[in-house]
Design a protein around this ligand. Structure first.
Ligand SMILES: [Zn+2]
Length: 472
């Protein structure tokens, strides 16, 4: 590689509050245009913003989820710019005093990515362009939706590090209940700042910013394209211009949008209508105590304490609900591996086949724990456990009842199965003769006859041992 890319991220995440950040309009996705607006969020003169405490709390939680310091004092500023999706002509944000600072996340390869800050701000509206009519329309539903912006240092050097970081942020925000991180719906959006420098150099080049990437794949392709574009400019003796660019997913390329503004272009000044946000040490401790266990902690517990394979642990933590279900089940029956297997293979198969998610499951983690115990205690066979799970999934019911009702309880009484074996052997003298003359395949046939007569409840291992004994 002749050039070394240097990458930093700005991630916008919409907070899961009930209402908007400075008014009481509902904070929701979708619906008809301009149905969730009021004088405050549409910027009418004379209205006053009122800070949503829930948004402050969630921003602090995002800080805890990323090992930031939560500041006792933070304050809002006005960022002035004119654009039709911003009716006030300024955005309320935190410039000088953000709520969280100095965090970090460890990414693939064990490298620490530093987080400079997390600040609270309001989202802008949305312009809808109708190319056919040649008009643009403004939808202000998104105006005033609470956002956090997570700003990293330019610590990334590869696409894999960036993608791992974004994946981890999305998962942590979901676990903490801060943001649903639905990138395809825009509730989490990533801006990539990227420059290149000659390999071995330590002096950063001029960076371009690519706005609003909404999938891991788009992030990867946009970075790849930018590295190629900037390399060609430098190879031809040109200079990279500092600018904001838009990524086009259909073409896989980026186009210049506008020359990059500097902070002073925005004429930031302290927001006079909102008092500073003051959090006491007690407030901060209380928010910290309300944090759920983070995915990385769970991953470590699963792999180190429970000895699950890395891939299995990663799959379980990839959904908080799935992981919660697993945790509840192993609390009752600490058969970590078997419960993980049954959930990852059989339960997931049932979920996929029915296009449902774990939150649709009607049986309890305790039922699943019980089922695994029945299987390991030899009350039902492994195969029967799969059938019972399917019935629990489709019709509900307790594993014990289903096993009894469908005859899945294994008969561990040797006399019953011995009787059946004797019957099968006496009815098939030619097969027995053939087996004794060396035809090993006949064993499977005889076994099949035994199981057929014994039904669901037969213990296959017991039957096999007895039949082997009898044929000696
Ligand atoms: Zn409003």
């Amino acid at each position: 590689m002749r050039y070394q890319p240097v990458i930093g991220l700005e991630i916008h995440a919409e907070l899961l509050t009930d209402s908007k950040v400075f008014c009481t309009c509902k904070n929701e996705f979708g619906g008809n245009e301009n149905t969730r607006v009021c004088p405050r969020c549409s910027g009418l003169p004379g209205t006053l913003p009122l800070i949503n405490k829930g948004a402050v709390r969630l921003a602090a939680k995002a800080g805890f989820a990323t090992d930031c310091t939560i500041n006792n004092y933070s304050a809002f500023d006005r960022k002035n710019y004119f654009y039709p999706d911003l009716p006030k002509a300024y955005q309320i944000t935190q410039f000088e005093y953000p709520i969280c600072t100095d965090g970090h996340i460890t990414v693939i390869g064990g490298k620490d990515i530093r987080i400079n800050r997390i600040h609270i701000e309001e989202d802008a509206g949305k312009l809808v362009h109708d190319d056919y009519e040649g008009i643009s329309m403004a939808d202000y539903n998104r105006c005033g939706v609470p956002l956090i912006e997570i700003v990293t240092e330019p610590d990334f050097r590869t696409i894999e590090e960036v993608q791992d970081f974004v994946e981890q942020i999305a998962l942590r925000l979901k676990y903490a209940g801060v943001c649903d991180a639905r990138m395809e719906q825009g509730s989490m959006r990533v801006d990539v700042n990227i420059s290149i420098m000659p390999a071995g150099s330590s002096e950063f080049g001029t960076r371009a910013e690519i706005k609003n990437l909404n999938s891991l794949k788009a992030i990867g392709r946009a970075i790849e394209y930018e590295i190629k574009r900037q390399s060609e400019i430098l190879d031809n003796g040109g200079t990279v211009v500092q600018e904001t660019r838009r990524y086009n997913d259909n073409h896989g390329d980026t186009k210049a949008l506008r020359s990059k503004e500097e902070a002073h272009d925005y004429r930031y000044f302290p927001e006079p209508d909102i008092p500073p946000v003051l959090l006491s040490d007690e407030d901060i401790a209380e928010i910290k105590n309300s944090m759920p266990e983070m995915p990385q902690t769970r991953f470590n517990r699963y792999t180190q304490e429970y000895k699950l394979p890395y891939d299995d642990a990663k799959l379980i933590i990839s959904s908080k609900e799935f992981s919660d279900f697993y945790d509840e089940a192993v609390k009752i029956n600490p058969d970590y591996k078997q419960i993980s297997n049954l959930m990852l293979v059989e339960l997931n198969r049932n979920l996929n086949d029915s296009e449902k998610t774990i939150s649709d499951v009607t049986f309890s983690p305790a039922d699943l724990a019980e089922l695994v115990k029945m299987s390991s205690d030899g009350i039902v066979s492994k195969n029967a456990a799969k059938d019972i799970l399917k019935i629990m999934f489709t019709n509900g019911g307790k594993p014990q009842d289903i096993a009894k009702e469908h005859g899945f309880i294994m008969d561990n009484d040797t006399s019953g199965i011995e009787e059946i074996i004797n019957k099968v052997l006496s009815e098939n003298p030619e097969s027995v003769e053939s087996f004794k003359n060396g035809n090993q395949k006949i064993f499977g046939f005889l076994m099949g006859q035994v199981i057929r007569l014994a039904g669901n409840g037969a213990n296959p291992k017991l039957a096999k041992d007895l039949l082997t004994e009898k044929l000696k």
